[in-house]
Design a protein around this ligand. Structure first.
Ligand SMILES: NC(=O)c1ccc[n+]([C@@H]2O[C@H](COP(=O)([O-])OP(=O)(O)OC[C@H]3O[C@@H](n4cnc5c(N)ncnc54)[C@H](O)[C@@H]3O)[C@@H](O)[C@H]2O)c1
Length: 254
């Protein structure tokens, strides 16, 4: 699909990988709606790229539907959904105090990263399936943002890895399910990227993480993620696939 002129939704578009993707899609001519729980950040990005900002919690159906409808009123129904909103977590199953990890922490990460992504995707797909088909019968495309932690999660990453592994597992059935509507589904599994999240870590920790990447031995740039996300939109034969974007990194146990 050509990006030029189409409406796009970017969840988590107020920061990091989502912000870079919103900027790249706008540069390529998309009408971009930035959806984020952090409205201030969403507004900052949207103002910069001539897009629209919506306060949106992907775990809340009402809030999501309002944002999708608001974006459609501003730009027309979206043909592109970039699911990038997500949260991290690290928690030992058995804590230093000998107690079991709180179940709520596990449930929260699954709720945002996995269920929230599914929630945005199903609402987007229902609206997108009603649009006229483009070339090849294509109606739209969506991307999930997993992580290399879906495959080589580290100690304490049970919830995060399970949530991202869930996205990996959902990719093919979703692509098969939505094929009849001409909607493609692909997943990007990023390695270590230099986002505000990562920049909170002390400099030496960032350097040692960067050195663990075979090549190039540096953190990924959010623009590199955005480049791949945009490519997936434009390459109609990419479907039902998970792509690692990690400089050949394989995470160590800890
Ligand atoms: N940075 C990395 O190295 C890396 C690696 C692998 C995977 N990822 C994944 O990439 C995605 C983006 O990560 P990032 O590093 O850019 O993080 P980030 O914290 O900079 O951005 C995430 C954005 O999502 C928003 N968000 C969080 N919960 C939300 C919700 N319930 N509804 C709507 N918006 C919500 C936040 O407000 C924030 O703007 C996440 O899914 C993360 O798991 C990041």
């Amino acid at each position: 699909m050509n990006i030029q002129g189409h409406a796009a939704l970017v969840t988590g578009g107020g920061s990091g990988l989502g912000e870079a993707t919103a900027r790249e899609l706008a540069r390529l001519g998309a009408k971009v709606a930035v959806l984020d729980v952090n409205l201030e950040n969403a507004k900052r990005v949207a103002a910069d790229i001539g897009g629209a900002a919506f306060a949106c919690d992907i775990t809340n159906t009402e809030s999501l539907q309002a944002a999708i409808d608001g974006a459609a009123a501003a730009h027309g129904a979206a043909r592109i959904l970039m699911n990038i909103a997500g949260i991290g977590s690290a928690k030992r199953v058995v804590g230093k105090d000998g107690n079991a990890a709180p179940l709520e922490d596990f449930a929260k990460v699954i709720n945002v990263n996995l269920i929230g992504t599914y929630n945005a995707s199903r609402l987007f797909a229902a609206a997108c399936a009603k649009l006229d088909p483009l070339e090849d019968g294509e109606r739209g495309v969506m991307i999930f943002t997993a992580s290399v932690a879906a495959f080589d999660g580290q100690v304490g990453q049970q919830a995060y890895s399970a949530s991202k592994g869930g996205l990996v597992g959902m990719t093919l059935p979703m692509a098969r399910d939505l094929a009849q509507h001409g909607i493609r589904v692909c997943t990007i599994a990023p390695g270590l990227f230099s986002t505000p999240l990562m920049k909170q870590l002390p400099e030496p920790v960032q350097a040692s993480l960067a050195a663990s990447i075979p090549f190039p031995p540096r953190l990924g740039k959010p623009e590199e993620f955005a480049q791949l996300a945009a490519h997936i939109v434009t390459n109609t034969h990419l479907n039902g696939e998970v792509i690692r974007l990690d400089g050949a990194l394989r995470m160590a146990p800890r």
